[in-house]
Design a protein around this ligand. Structure first.
Ligand code: GDD
Ligand code: MN
Length: 406
């Protein structure tokens, strides 16, 4: 199949032409997020042409600047048929935000979100559309977990993970969805508009996000989906996606007022206070060190521990690795240096002022926690774009200029 890629880049070879919607606006927009799906795009277009004949539709591929040149392949298709569009995002990443921006880029009253790797059965789209229209629903979800649906031959571990994620998801959605993790659904624009300003837009789980963000319960229906095997490319669902999923769930449980990242930082901070006090106690009571020395040591231990924990959990998406752990740690020490000095200063002052040793230690630690949060989010875990997933050498793409020039 891979050898067909250069050929598929020539839109003239595609079998079915789309229904001409006579200059009018499309009724259905199919939003397709893509990250390194070069070989799948022509096949997706071809299948949509076949499945949606007779419907006024458009497809918007939202590509996060895939290094494999997916956007070029989409544009080659778009030159051939006016109902294919490419929304290429630079310096951005994320399945959910890609879907949101795709829906917003269209005027169609109905929008479907579908994977661009052929795992979703596009032939369900007409039935989903008529169900949405005739039954006056907000959203129709293609579900793998109802009768006649299925996940194909997934590995046991993937089934288990998906099962746990589904159960967790049901905790936050306000509806009895059989497959809250589905990435294939169709939504009425008004329903989308109701929820869109409350969406977290983080990570993978756009459907769950929509349901959890809707101000009123969505009227929904489910249609069975047989999840297909992926033929080209590879899945982007990884540990990072799982972490983002947990953060999304937590955020929805906590509500929008408090950022989950701050909560995590504060929790680790509280743990740090515990570490701090324990070290201080050990240093001053057991080792009989001078108070200022004990406080300084406790600050160092707590800071290092906090750095490691935050790097692992709070800032997993900006996680420092390899030598960056070291430079990050050094920058963490550096930006918090002033805070640590203030910490020891405040604590020593209070201790000298005949305050209880634990009160003095606590006050000093509190000063440094505030410093750590404010400074580290700027200097230590500076927001960076995650590395692009690697792709094989784009051999098939050497044909692209020819395909584009026709
Ligand atoms: N624009 C953009 N940005 N697209 C992305 C990104 C991203 O950061 N990450 C993934 N995609 C695209 C992929 O190119 C593909 O078209 C689609 O989103 C789904 O990604 P996959 O990597 O193929 O996901 P999966 O097959 O492992 O996961 C599927 O099953 C999950 C449930 O088990 C998807 O359907 C998920 O949506 C679904 O929740
Ligand atoms: Mn997939």
């Amino acid at each position: 199949m891979t050898s067909a890629a250069p050929l598929s880049l020539h839109p003239t070879s595609w079998s079915v032409r789309p229904a001409d919607f006579a200059g009018g606006a499309p009724e259905l927009a199919v939003i397709i997020p893509t990250l390194n799906e070069r070989d799948n795009v022509p096949l997706v277009v071809e299948r949509l042409n076949r499945a949606l004949a007779g419907i006024a539709w458009e497809a918007i591929f939202v590509d996060d600047d895939s290094p494999d040149g997916t956007a070029d392949v989409v544009r080659a298709a778009a030159r051939r048929q006016g109902n294919i569009r490419c929304l290429q995002r630079l310096g951005r990443r994320g399945l959910a935000s890609a879907c949101i921006e795709g829906v917003l880029a269209s005027v169609a009253p109905y929008a479907a979100v579908m994977d661009g790797d052929l795992q979703h059965d596009e032939s369900l789209l007409p039935a989903m559309l008529s169900k949405l229209k005739t039954e006056g629903l907000d959203i129709v979800v293609a579900s793998r977990h109802i009768e006649d649906g299925g996940v194909g031959d997934w590995q046991r571990s993937r089934i288990m993970i998906s099962d746990i994620a589904t159960r967790l998801g049901r905790l936050v959605v306000k509806a009895d969805l059989s497959d809250p993790m589905s990435g294939f659904f169709m939504i009425r624009r008004e329903a989308f508009a109701l929820a869109m300003r409350s969406l977290s837009g983080q990570g993978f789980k756009i459907l769950l996000d929509l349901f959890a963000s809707a101000p009123r319960p969505f009227a929904f229906a489910e249609v069975p989906l047989q999840f297909r095997q992926r033929l080209h490319g590879e899945s982007k669902l990884d540990a990072m996606a799982a972490w983002e999923y947990l953060m999304l769930l937590l955020q929805k449980l906590v509500g929008p007022a408090v950022p989950v990242r701050f909560l995590l930082f504060a929790m680790i901070g509280a743990l740090g206070v515990g570490t701090h006090m324990l070290t201080l106690w050990f240093a001053t009571r057991v080792l009989l060190a001078a108070f200022a020395l004990g406080q300084a040591a406790a600050t160092w231990v707590a800071m290092t521990g906090n750095f490691l924990l935050n790097n692992l959990f709070t800032y997993r998406d900006r996680r420092l690795r390899g030598w960056r752990v070291l430079t990050g740690l050094i920058s963490f020490y550096a930006v918090c240096g002033a805070g640590a000095a203030a910490n020891v200063g405040v604590a020593s002052y209070l201790n000298g002022d005949h305050q209880a040793w634990w009160l003095a230690g606590l006050a000093g630690a509190a000063v440094s926690v505030v410093w750590n949060y404010a400074m580290s989010s700027i200097f230590t875990w500076t927001p960076r774009l995650p590395p692009q997933p690697a792709v094989a050498a784009p051999a098939a793409l050497s044909d692209t200029p020819a395909a584009l020039s026709q």
